[in-house]
Design a protein. Structure first.
Length: 441
């Protein structure tokens, strides 16, 4: 942006005075977009129904409560009306969370829109809507997981002989208990009994009272609600109507088998593959935490534990551990490909600049690719890939910054090495090393 004084003739205006950068360029580690495979395809199969974008489990009971309240108040069975209701309640809940008397630092849905209101206005605070998109944060984040968990029947779901026109809770104990426990926590607050039905600005003391029992941080103090959330995530219903939908390929061996293992008990009584997979994945993670508590706070420790987990407790545990180890291997290969592609692009851009922006002919591109073996570390362009892999397996190839022979280096350390060196040869070496380890495993 530039600043030009008002009333100054254009002829007298000097060069622009830049007061702020308008473009910030950051180099990422996923130029080929491979992470979308993890988030959109792999994670939903490994951890079906678990929202990966939120750490706040209480939003499950909060939104179940809103849907139950909407039904109880016999509001219009219309999607637009439900959307407006949810967004308004999320806004008010966000105001309360950001005024939590426990100073927990929780970040509610719509925080980016609510914080400026808190900074500009003193109490009482005006009403608003949490997020511009349909159904607010519920629609963006929690609607699909709650449906997959068998808690919410989305609009259009056939209930009996008639499709529902709005989202509703399934008529099951799991769904009812989830809504009931949040209701029990907040029903005696002045916000619920007096202020929620109005459109008046909300006093600060009303929000503080609401947050004191309803804030996201207070779930840890409510054992009945925690149990309801746990049952929503890992329980199942006896009737078939509310069973969570299975993954696309329900024949996948990852979801087969008679039970989970130690920590979370047996598979669901209705045989839902999604419930079984969810239990196994979470149980596997808890087994890693039990063996090494640092996995909850150190990403490198988490990756290494997933790649090299402790001894499996059962065949089912071994199966799910292999799935997650495969996901970690995919992340390693992603960084390897990034290093190869990044150097190729850097060298290609440099060569193009030398030619004053002209494109590169094919022979120049081929020469550029051949020169990528210069490293670091440097490799012979005449060495066949199979022979290079054998040298890596024998410990005859080294990486900058790694003193041990590659076969003795943890996979996570190898991944960090190629991220640091960021050369095509480092990416190739780590990729071949990881493939060799996967085959050996």
């Amino acid at each position: 942006m530039t600043t030009i004084e008002a009333g100054v003739p254009a002829s007298d205006v000097g060069p622009p005075r830049w007061v702020a950068a308008s473009l910030e360029v950051k180099e990422g580690r996923d130029p080929l977009g491979l992470q979308t495979t993890t988030t959109d395809r792999l994670m939903p199969r490994l951890l079906p129904g678990i929202l990966e974008l939120s750490r706040r489990a209480r939003y499950l009971s909060f939104h179940a409560y809103l849907l139950d309240l909407y039904r109880e108040q016999r509001r219009h069975a219309d999607g637009n009306a439900l959307s407006a209701f949810v967004k308004a309640r999320e806004w008010e809940y966000g105001l309360a969370v950001l005024n939590c008397p426990h100073h927990c630092g929780s970040v509610p849905v719509g925080a980016d829109r609510i914080r400026p209101v808190l900074s500009r206005h003193g109490p009482p605070y005006p009403r608003g809507e949490s997020v511009e998109s349909p159904f607010g944060g519920y629609g963006l984040y929690y609607r699909s997981p709650l449906a997959e968990l068998g808690i919410v029947a989305r609009a259009g779901t056939l209930l009996g002989e008639t499709p529902t026109t709005v989202d509703v809770l399934y008529d099951t104990e799991r769904a009812r208990q989830l809504a009931r426990t949040f209701r029990a926590a907040v029903s005696d607050t002045e916000y619920v009994s007096v202020w929620m039905p109005t459109s008046d600005p909300i006093p600060l003391d009303v929000l503080v009272e609401y947050a004191n029992v309803g804030c996201l941080c207070q779930l840890r103090l409510r054992s009945d609600e925690r149990a309801a959330v746990h049952e929503a995530l890992f329980g199942s219903d006896q009737t078939g109507d509310a069973d969570p939908p299975a993954p696309e390929d329900s024949s996948d061996a990852a979801a087969d088998g008679e039970g989970s293992f130690a920590i979370l008990g047996q598979a669901s009584s209705n045989g839902s593959s999604a419930v079984t997979q969810r239990r196994r994945s979470v149980a596997h993670y808890l087994s890693l935490v039990a063996a090494n508590p640092t996995v909850v706070r150190e990403e490198s420790a988490y990756r290494e534990a997933m790649w090299s987990p402790p001894t499996a407790r059962s065949p089912e545990h071994a199966l799910v551990a292999g799935q997650w180890a495969g996901l970690m291997a995919k992340d390693v290969w992603q960084d390897c490909l990034c290093s190869i592609w990044s150097e190729f692009c850097r060298e290609g851009l440099a060569a193009t600049l030398v030619r004053h922006g002209d494109g590169l002919p094919w022979d120049a591109v081929e020469e550029l690719a051949r020169n990528l073996v210069n490293g670091p570390p440097a490799l012979s362009p005449e060495l066949p890939t199979a022979d290079l892999a054998s040298c890596i397996g024998a410990g005859d190839v080294a990486l900058p910054g790694i003193e041990e022979a590659i076969p003795d280096v943890p996979l996570e350390a190898l991944r960090r090495a190629t991220v640091t060196v960021d050369s095509a040869t480092s990416g190739l070496i780590v990729a071949l090393a990881s493939i060799f380890r996967a085959i050996e495993a």
